[in-house]
Design a protein around this ligand. Structure first.
Ligand code: CMC
Length: 436
């Protein structure tokens, strides 16, 4: 990756009216999207930092992987629209694209799938970690622990300056996450772990490891396997969100890649981020009936009530989340195929219609996000709500590791170290304990 391009013709002048000094800050241009003001020399030349809690106006890195136009509702990976990728590709092709920059040809695809397939088993010693968890542990808690534990198993792939080792670690993570996620589920329901099968696709294998038992194989419906694969594609990457930024920040110190992914999983778990898919279903169950929708909408609008409409709103999308559109259609297909009629899907549709006409949601440009419909599909397939965020983490591992690789090879990369606006005490005289 090259140094960012300085747009020679454009500068932004910052004037300090107190001292009368001014500084010209260069404007950098990406290939598409808004230009950015390069403030790297700001502190050295003016003594000022910037203040931007939540990073609402801050670009933390340059990236070639994922582009979002939040106003237009556009999401592309390496230039390809999410609609095209979900329609025409498998998750394995998208994983290859995110990692390598181009879609694979047939030979590259076969080779990548073979590599991932042959890394799906986990070390038998890892099984002992599961036995240490309570049976009722949240599967995200297990995932954080077990993925972090992987860092102790692979000394041959932890020299992050060696591109081959980095790629081996990336393949291992993509391959082992479904096995680890399925094992977290099996542990919670008290069933034996099911080993991966090399003759199945990535999505099929995950369904097999989750739902087969030694006495009986799970019958994999092609529609369900395709829907699972699509859900993986839709969650594969999403630019510099909280968990991806966490992975980059953790990795910026040169930390072990498996440990960095565990840090991303921790960040994803929260209800404002990946935990929202679980929260949506809990919310729909709590609303219970269409007649209760107005009451819950009022709660969502009340600033004194912590309730928020889960699955609605997004930091970047101020228009329909394109992933939600694809999922809404998938929800119909899967429920038809499985012959499930879920009143929660009807409730979700009704809630969406009412919220989209409500002034509060219209004015704030709050639309359904990816989590609004994914839970209904996952529930129909048979996943308990506690597994929803685990599936998000499984799919997002590809994006995290692609972004981590990009960060390591970026010549402008430095350890991430934000500054602060200090508002605590200045230096004061120490008070001995008997005088406090
Ligand atoms: N219900 C009610 N009000 C909302 C909601 C909501 N879901 N989302 C935002 N608002 C209001 C918010 O109160 C604020 O109002 P005001 O301007 O009057 O103070 C305004 O809309 C702007 O919201 P914000 O909190 O400043 O926006 P943000 O960019 O900081 O937050 C968000 C984005 C996704 C955290 C937030 O919309 C939210 O909490 N949504 C519900 C949780 C959710 O569905 N998360 C999944 C996000 S998509 C998948 C992922 O990234 O993991």
């Amino acid at each position: 990756m090259a140094e960012p391009k300085e747009n020679n013709k454009k500068y932004v002048t910052l004037v300090d009216h107190q001292s009368g000094k001014s500084i010209d800050l260069p404007v950098l241009s990406g290939s598409i999207g808004p230009d950015v003001i390069d403030i790297r020399k700001l502190y050295a030349e003016t003594g000022y930092f910037t203040y931007d809690p939540g990073f609402t106006s801050t670009g933390s890195c340059q990236s070639e992987i994922t582009y979002i136009d939040g106003d237009a509702g556009i999401l592309t990976h390496r230039g390809y629209s999410i609609e095209d990728l979900t329609e025409h590709c498998t998750y394995m092709e998208v994983a290859y694209l995110l990692l390598n920059g181009e879609l694979p040809n047939q030979a590259e695809k076969d080779d990548f799938e073979r590599t991932i397939t042959y890394h799906t088993m986990v070390h038998e010693q890892l099984l002992n970690f599961y036995r240490g968890f309570r049976r009722d542990a949240h599967p995200m808690a297990i995932l954080v622990g077990v993925v972090g534990a992987l860092s102790s198993f692979y000394h041959d792939s932890t020299d992050i300056n060696d591109p081959t080792q980095r790629m081996i670690a990336s393949h291992r993570l993509i391959a082992k996450l479904p096995t680890i996620a399925a094992m977290a589920y099996k542990y919670s329901v008290g069933q034996p772990f099911i080993y991966p099968r090399n003759d199945l696709t990535y999505a099929e294998d995950f369904l097999h490891m989750t739902f087969s038992v030694p006495a009986e194989d799970y019958q994999i419906s092609p529609t369900v396997a395709r829907a699972m694969d699509r859900i993986f594609i839709l969650h594969a990457d999403h630019e510099q969100n909280a968990s991806t930024s966490t992975v980059r920040l953790a990795g910026s110190s040169g930390a072990n890649p498996f440990a960095c992914i565990a840090s991303g999983i921790s960040s994803l778990w929260g209800p404002a981020h990946g935990g929202a898919n679980e929260a949506v279903l809990n919310m729909l169950a709590e609303i219970g009936h269409k007649k209760n929708i107005p009451e819950f909408l009022e709660k969502a609008k009340d600033k004194n009530d912590p309730f928020r409409l889960m699955g609605f709103g997004h930091r970047v999308y101020k228009n329909h989340d394109p992933r939600a559109k694809v999922l809404k259609k998938s929800a119909d297909d899967v429920l038809n195929e499985l012959g499930v009629s879920d009143p929660l899907l009807d409730l979700a549709r009704e809630l969406e219609q009412i919220a989209l006409k409500d002034d509060y949601f219209v004015e704030r440009k709050l639309f359904p996000n990816v989590d609004f419909y994914s839970g209904v599909i996952l529930k129909a397939i048979g996943f308990p709500t506690s597994m929803f965020t685990v599936l998000f983490a499984l799919a997002r591992t590809t994006g995290w590791i692609a972004q981590w690789n990009e960060m390591i090879t970026d010549p402008t990369q430095k350890i991430g170290r934000p500054r602060q606006l200090f508002t605590g005490h200045g230096e004061r005289a120490f008070v001995p304990i008997d005088k406090r």
